[in-house]
Ligand binder design. Structure first.
Ligand code: CA
Length: 227
């Protein structure tokens, strides 16, 4: 896995570079936005860690420009500005995830793994896990062939879990993705538990094979049953 870090603070860039290398990633670094854009457009990266406050071209500009040029590289935005507006703006411009500074390295790793697993090419029309089938176009969900009626929020939550199957997702990751644009999540992680509960009732209830699992002290994971 090759990661590009676009970050002008050399100390932070160095810490990230070292940490990511220890985790087995190949790492390259750009110290300003323009250089970042050039590198993204001329090499293949599995993911880009992109700072917002950069000299010259800021992170949002870089993101807009690489998306306009057709780059689909997964991008994780890093920013000291933790306002909801910036987060929404980043996601609207085509960022795959958003992490406010300061952050725990462990969280950065979890998010990088999550976004780089995402299918980078053509979006799939159908997701399949065991006997659970999700039609993304018509938004129809079936378990064992039987149609399940989900609200749009439940659908978004299920899709998020399925796309990251096998990966433990924290409540804040789920909130950020599924409620990103319209929920200020301070103290709201209970909302995730409530919706997971709804989903379990509709998706797992009555089926001997459970797909949605709680990981104590961490969050939730959707697992494909081992044969
Ligand atoms: Ca910066």
């Amino acid at each position: 896995m090759k990661i590009l870090i676009v970050e002008d603070e050399s100390r932070l860039a160095e810490v990230l570079r070292r940490g990511l290398r220890e985790e087995g990633f190949a790492v390259e670094h750009a110290a300003n936005g323009l250089r970042g854009e050039e590198m993204i457009m001329s090499a293949h990266y599995d993911a880009v860690v992109l700072d917002v406050m950069l000299p010259g071209l800021n992170g949002f500009d870089v993101l807009r420009r690489i998306r306009a040029k057709g780059s689909k590289v997964p991008v994780l935005i890093l920013t000291a500005r933790s306002g909801l507006d910036d987060r929404v703006r980043g996601l609207d411009l085509g960022a795959d995830d958003y992490l406010p500074k300061p952050f725990a390295f462990k969280e950065l790793m979890a998010r990088l793994r999550a976004i780089s697993r995402r299918p980078a090419v053509e979006p799939q029309n159908r997701l399949l896990i065991a006997d659970l089938e999700i039609q993304l176009g018509s938004r129809e969900v079936r378990r064992g062939g039987k149609l399940i009626d989900l609200s749009s929020r439940e659908f978004a939550l299920l899709e998020f879990l399925v796309r990251r199957k096998g990966l433990v997702l924290t409540r804040s990751m789920i909130l950020d993705h599924v409620w990103a644009s319209d929920y200020d999540y301070d103290g709201g992680s209970n909302l995730v538990d409530v919706y997971i509960n709804y989903l379990r009732k509709k998706v797992d209830h009555g089926n001997p094979i459970k797909l949605i699992h709680t990981v104590r002290g961490a969050g939730y994971v959707l697992r494909e049953p081992s044969s």
